[in-house]
Design a protein around this ligand. Structure first.
Ligand SMILES: Cc1ncc(C[n+]2csc(CCOP(=O)(O)OP(=O)(O)O)c2C)c(N)n1
Length: 648
């Protein structure tokens, strides 16, 4: 059943006219109206007489509008902010009075079948409770901006019957608690053992770890073999240690006064918040997934297109034309996601033939502050995630102290990515326990917010108490997780303190990168090609498939290129390029051109793609040189000046 596309601007004349037409012949009106009038008849006990019509219409129209507006705007009332004890007040969109309904209507039976999971008659009170639970709980859902009905329906079919409530089994609850504790203890350990050092603590946003864990754990069952992560400073050390399994010893070593970063290999003087890492992770049920965290510079969000480019390249190397096995995961800060232009540039690449990666999972650590700037001074939008709406990504807002909702929505988001191969966003609404870094005093600039934050219990404590209260775990079990983790940290620190100063261990380039060196040479390279190769390219440039209607001027140009090469005459720039590209792909090197005018060439000199003058279909001669050649791709690209540079 489609999600009804009702708005709220009803016109009585249209309604009555459509109703009359439906009475005469139900098939003469569209399917949504058919369902609507069936509901009207139903609530009129099957006697939708003309004089009863308006009363029934009022009720059923109200129902339809309530369902529509909860889907559309329920997130405004969702309780997602852990710094607020109460949910936001009910906006007018969600009040029954707005739709001409009253308390007296709540016990009337209405047709609830436009809501998934209620198939038919239901008391209005019950329908409203279902809507509130689904759309106004601890998860705010934005998906009505998605035009694709299939995607919208897929989401509604999942979140409505379940009332969008997480239903984690005990094992998953325990795992969520464990990863929360890891996140929190790791930070407090660094805080006490390396006093005064910057670490860009994750505290207040610990729920990020159960979310990442949910992605890792679920990946193998969805056919995902590789995750490429990109993130900035916040929580990076924590993610390195607890998600990617970078040895604690290595991290502690980098904090030591006697750490010698200059002893690393050429050009790798990275600081610890910028370093990349990769690891193969075995999941609890024996699956395997490769994780890499991209190195990043200080420039916030610039890592986004790098990650996309890496994933795209990996997909090509693995022949993954479905883009199903490698998934980009981008972790953003709220201020950076809303503020940095490269975010928009990268999102704009999401659906382009030359750049698609089959969808990115975006996780926003929304700690409701950027350095010392409040959200109202940092963006003109309601949410820090609004930028993602232009690519029609679904957006989920999650209460940062509700790890179960976070895990459940993360699983759903990953399924959505795999199902539709498109982007999805999760906005983790949380807080930042300290200042921007641990040396900053946040109450200089946010006195009220930090009074609330200082009074808060750590996120794992809140969750552990909840689990104890519901009888899922015993208090000793939460303590045991802490104790076991602390011992691992102690052992690692002891190891670091006991030895001589250690240089950073370089993981280096392995596998297909083994031959890569950092040394650049200006020595001339032999670029000669055999004459037979040049002739073959020449013929190909002037050959089109049977029936292909080449523009007469381009035909002249193509023939001249062929004749110039075959005649060993001097060549123009475009012909020289064609010989270079053609010979490279024949040697097995992939050639990829991207830029706004890549196919024609800025000076109308390239003509990498010929266009049939009748059908507009392209034909790329250099892609048809030999069945065994490497690909030749020329993509006309967005007018991007930053993202496109880092996307190889
Ligand atoms: C392009 C760029 N501008 C400014 C900075 C300096 N800077 C580093 S972190 C930060 C605040 C980022 O806020 P947010 O994205 O909300 O992340 P948070 O630190 O709150 O986790 C700023 C301004 C930077 N690193 N890069």
């Amino acid at each position: 059943m489609p999600v009804p596309a009702f708005g709220d601007a009803y016109n009585r004349d249209v309604l009555e006219d459509t109703y009359r037409r439906w009475q005469e012949s139900p098939g003469s009106v569209d399917a949504t109206w058919q369902a609507f009038f069936a509901g009207v008849e139903f609530s009129g006990n099957g006697v939708a007489k003309s004089d009863a019509l308006h009363g029934d219409l009022r009720l059923q129209t109200g129902v339809v509008r309530l369902v529509f507006w909860h889907r559309q705007a329920g997130h405004f009332q969702a309780h997602t902010d852990p710094l607020s004890e109460t949910p936001p007040p009910t906006p007018d969109h969600l009040k029954i009075e707005t739709y001409g309904l009253s308390e007296a209507d709540l016990d009337k039976t209405v047709d609830g079948s436009m809501y998934f999971g209620i198939n038919g008659p239901v008391k209005l009170r019950e329908l409203l409770a279902a809507l509130k639970a689904t759309y106004c709980g601890r998860i705010g859902v934005e998906y009505m901006h998605i035009d694709d009905l299939q995607k919208r329906t897929w989401l509604a079919e999942r979140i409505e019957p379940t009332r969008n409530q997480p239903n984690l089994d005990l094992r998953l609850k325990y795992r969520a608690l464990m990863t929360l504790h890891w996140a929190s203890l790791f930070e407090s350990y660094l805080h006490t053992k390396f006093v005064g050092q910057k670490r860009f603590s994750l505290e207040g946003a610990e729920t990020l770890l159960p979310m990442l864990d949910a992605i890792v754990q679920k990946s193998p069952s969805l056919g995902i073999k590789e995750l490429v992560l990109g993130m900035a400073h916040r929580g990076r050390l924590n993610v390195l240690a607890n998600t990617l399994g970078k040895p604690f010893e290595q991290i502690f070593n980098e904090f030591e006064d006697n750490y010698l970063p200059e002893s690393t290999k050429d050009g790798d003087g990275d600081v610890k918040y910028h370093m990349g890492f990769s690891a193969d992770i075995t999941t609890t049920d024996g699956g395997s997934v490769h994780l890499s965290l991209s190195p990043n510079p200080s420039h916030l969000e610039i890592v986004n297109p790098v990650v996309e480019g890496r994933v795209r390249a990996k997909q090509r190397l693995h022949g993954d034309t479905e883009r199903a096995t490698g998934v980009p995961i981008l972790i953003h800060g709220d201020a950076a996601f809303a503020g940095q232009g490269v975010v928009a540039e990268t999102l704009n690449l999401a659906n382009l033939a030359g750049y698609r990666t089959g969808g990115t999972v975006h996780l926003v650590i929304n700690n409701q502050i950027g350095f010392t700037t409040n959200p109202r001074d940092a963006r003109s939008t309601q949410y820090c995630t609004d930028i993602a709406k232009f690519i029609q990504a679904p957006i989920f807002h999650i209460h940062g102290e509700d790890p179960e909702s976070a895990v459940y929505i993360t699983q759903l988001a990953l399924e959505y990515r795999q199902q539709f191969k498109s982007d999805v966003v999760i906005d983790l609404v949380c807080y930042r326990k300290y200042g921007h870094n641990e040396g900053d005093e946040p109450s200089f600039t946010q006195p009220v917010q930090y009074r609330i934050i200082k009074a808060k219990k750590p996120v794992p404590t809140v969750y552990a108490e909840r689990l104890v209260q519901e009888g899922a775990i015993k208090p000793e079990e939460a303590k045991a997780i802490e104790e076991e983790f602390r011992q691992r940290l102690d052992a690692a620190l002891k190891e670091v303190k006991s030895g001589p100063p250690k240089p950073k261990t370089m993981t280096g380039f392995g596998g297909r990168w083994e031959k890569l060196t950092n040394h650049y040479s200006h020595a001339p390279v032999d670029t000669h090609i055999a004459e037979a190769v040049a002739d073959r390219i020449a013929e190909q440039l002037a050959t089109v498939p049977d029936g292909f209607q080449l523009h007469p001027t381009i035909k002249k140009l193509a023939d001249k290129r062929r004749d110039d090469i075959l005649g060993r005459k001097s060549l123009d720039w475009g012909t020289g390029e064609a010989l270079a590209f053609g010979s490279l792909v024949l040697e097995g090197t992939h050639v990829r051109l991207s830029g706004q005018d890549s196919r024609r060439g800025t000076f109308s000199h390239r003509h990498a793609a010929y266009l049939d003058q009748e059908t507009g279909k392209p034909y790329v001669p250099l892609a048809h040189l030999d069945p065994n050649q490497a690909p030749f791709d020329a993509y006309d690209s967005p007018l991007s000046e930053a993202a496109v540079l880092v996307f190889k």
